[in-house]
Design a protein around this ligand. Structure first.
Ligand code: HEC
Length: 98
């Protein structure tokens, strides 16, 4: 029985740290495409894929998400994200995978 509890504790700790690592709205929006690279999206943690895009500057990146870009719908499925939240999401995705 003790072993079972330990396993549950480890599993829930892992799930919590994963969720805490990503900005709050990541799982419900950007994750859908940027986790797998669906429709040609730059993958989360793939620094090389983000580097040339990041060269445009953060304001241009936020503007791309708001108006949509090719396979990405306007707002990136986060209709209530603020500019600050978009910035945090983009920084999270463009950083090396942990
Ligand atoms: C439905 C799929 C989808 C979702 C959801 C999505 N994206 Fe994207 N995203 C894409 C695709 C596809 C591209 C590549 C577009 C291209 O360059 O043709 C992209 C590109 C980007 C870019 C680069 C823009 C540029 O100017 O190069 C940023 C920044 C970005 N996404 C941020 C986000 C953020 C932040 C979210 C969540 C709020 C999000 N995306 C949600 C599909 C998605």
């Amino acid at each position: 029985m003790k072993k079972l509890f330990a396993a549950i504790a480890i599993m829930s700790a892992a799930a919590t740290s994963f969720a805490a690592d990503a900005p709050p709205k990541y799982q419900t929006s950007c994750f859908a495409c940027h986790s797998t690279g669906a429709a040609g999206a730059p993958k989360t943690g793939d620094v090389a894929a983000w580097e040339s895009r990041m060269a445009q500057g953060m304001d241009a990146m936020v503007a791309s998400v708001k108006k949509g870009l090719n396979g990405m719908p306007p707002t990136g499925l986060c209709a209530d994200c603020t500019d600050e939240e978009y910035k945090a999401l983009i920084e999270y995705m463009a950083a090396p995978a942990k």
